[in-house]
Design a protein around this ligand. Structure first.
Ligand code: URP
Ligand code: ZN
Ligand code: ZN
Length: 475
């Protein structure tokens, strides 16, 4: 007889590779038994044959991140993690962002203060390196990587964040030496600035021109350059928020040559198009994000990339700026040029239900791919596996029990983020998390968050397996 804290009975378990019906035993926050076993447990949850998957790892979201332009993100570590949990996510990885002139350590310390006793689910940090000084390269970053910050983002655009190719090379060489994974925002900044000037001179400042200022070719060029720099240094990188066919083709071509280029995409590139930026008045600002949503054909290519393994990670890129808010989308005024509208869309709660409903239940991807993209893949990519991302003995008992017979129409009022809109309003979904457990504790119980603020734990990331040296050559 096994003594357990909690048992989940009759679960239709799906992992990235397996599917089986079993009971799941949990002790001290971890999975202790799977299968059919004698037990006594304080808490018994009958899954009733429902689908059970590992809790999601949202490996790209922005919570309480200070912005250079005075805009304010609507979600902090409280509302952001509550909203994430409702959507089946049990780990988030937001960004500790170094500002130019600031140390990376100051950004990390400040971000821990911001998290404070707010998170209801576990969290790790990515770093953003905006000022790779000699001290950052020689001292700070190697020390931080050793302390569990093993992944950092590099921007090729945005005035206060962008790095020169030479600086990127220095950071890639450091990542190779220290066993870290660089994530790259790939858009050609000079092309964006040149196109933006031309559009503004012609009076074309409405939200829809955001897409014209950032066409696929500028993302394709930057993706190609990022891949070339990684190839030169001979170290893996992950290209974040890939929007369509052109950039994806660069990644697929590099992968086919055996180069370790990883890639992430997001819901906005499956469910929005550039037409959404052309909504009447300033409404299109709700869908301004970078890279911008593309075409229906691009959406098809992104689905194909999810199916065929071009992408390892499906994240929300939750960047929650409220629409009707002078510190949100209207930070520069309510008819400002697209150039100064804060970039990003909300989506931390809808990420997993959208992919389950539109992907798995509509047979665009199978459930194993779903688990891999939303949980196992990001956990592996960022050094959190096997603690996170799996249903296996010893893993954290982060679990989602799904209702896959739901019939709901998405509406902002049903979501728990602090944003005044969802770009997916009106979509009909057939899947939603019913019960969510984090380290064995029920955090979402039939649609209600019962988790205590501050119960979320900070996770130190290991050096990811995905960047370890490979000794097999394919050429
Ligand atoms: O538009 C976006 N993606 N905003 C969030 C910041 C970023 O570049 O990921
Ligand atoms: Zn980005
Ligand atoms: Zn982002």
């Amino acid at each position: 007889m096994t003594t357990l804290d909690t048992v989940i009975l009759n679960a239709d378990v799906a992992t990235a590779t397996e599917r089986f019906v079993a009971d799941i035993g949990i002790a001290e926050g971890r999975i202790a038994a799977i299968g059919a076993f004698e037990h006594s447990a304080a808490t018994v949850i009958d899954a009733g044959g429902r689908l059970v998957t590992p809790g999601g790892v949202d490996a790209h979201c922005h919570l309480d991140q200070p912005m250079g332009d005075g805009a304010v993100l609507a979600d902090d570590f409280a509302s952001g993690t509550v909203s994430a949990a409702h959507g089946g996510t049990t780990t988030v990885i937001p960004f500790a962002c170094q500002m130019k002139g600031e140390t990376v350590r100051a950004a990390v310390d400040d971000y821990h203060r911001r998290a404070g006793n707010k998170p209801v689910i576990d969290y790790a940090f990515h770093l953003i390196i905006a000022d790779p000084t000699a001290d950052v390269l020689d001292n700070e970053l190697p020390a931080l990587i050793g302390e569990g910050y093993t992944h950092f983002k590099i921007y090729m655009t945005y005035d206060d964040l962008k790095l020169k190719d030479r600086e990127i090379l220095d950071l890639l060489a450091l990542a190779k030496r220290e066993g870290a994974l660089p994530m790259i925002h790939a858009e050609n900044d000079d092309c964006i600035a040149w196109l933006t000037d031309i559009l503004e001179e012609a009076g074309k400042i409405a939200p829809r021109f955001h897409a014209d200022a950032r066409p696929p070719v500028i993302e394709r060029e930057a993706a190609h350059r990022a891949i070339s720099l990684a190839e030169l240094v001979d170290t893996p990188v992950l290209i974040v928020h890939v929007s369509g066919k052109a950039a994806m083709a660069q990644i697929r071509e590099a992968q086919a040559r055996g180069i370790r280029i990883y890639a992430e995409t997001c819901p906005q590139y499956l469910f929005l198009t550039a037409d959404d930026l052309a909504a009447p008045g300033f409404e299109g600002a709700k869908c301004i994000c970078s890279p911008p949503p593309r075409s229906v054909e691009d959406q098809r290519h992104i689905w194909r990339g999810l199916r065929t393994g071009v992408f390892q990670v499906f994240s929300s890129d939750h960047a929650p700026f409220s629409f009707d808010d002078p510190r949100g989308k209207k930070n520069a005024g309510d008819n400002a040029s697209f150039r100064v509208v804060p970039n990003g869309v909300p989506g931390i709660e809808t990420r997993m239900p959208l992919l389950m409903s539109e992907g798995v239940l509509k047979n665009r991807i199978d459930v194993h791919r779903f688990v891999s993209l939303t949980s196992t893949g990001p956990a592996k990519m960022y050094g959190l596996y096997p603690r996170k991302g799996s249903i296996a003995p010893g893993a954290d008992a982060d679990l989602v029990i799904w209702d896959t017979d739901a019939d709901l129409t998405l509406d902002n009022a049903m979501l728990h983020h602090n944003v005044d809109y969802t770009p997916y309003a009106g979509m009909r979904l057939s899947a939603w998390p019913k019960t969510v457990l984090s380290r064995g504790e029920v955090v979402i119980d039939d649609g209600e968050c019962i988790a205590e603020a501050g119960r979320g734990q900070f996770l130190r990331s290991e050096s990811p397996a995905t960047v370890q040296p490979m000794y097999i050559r394919y050429d």
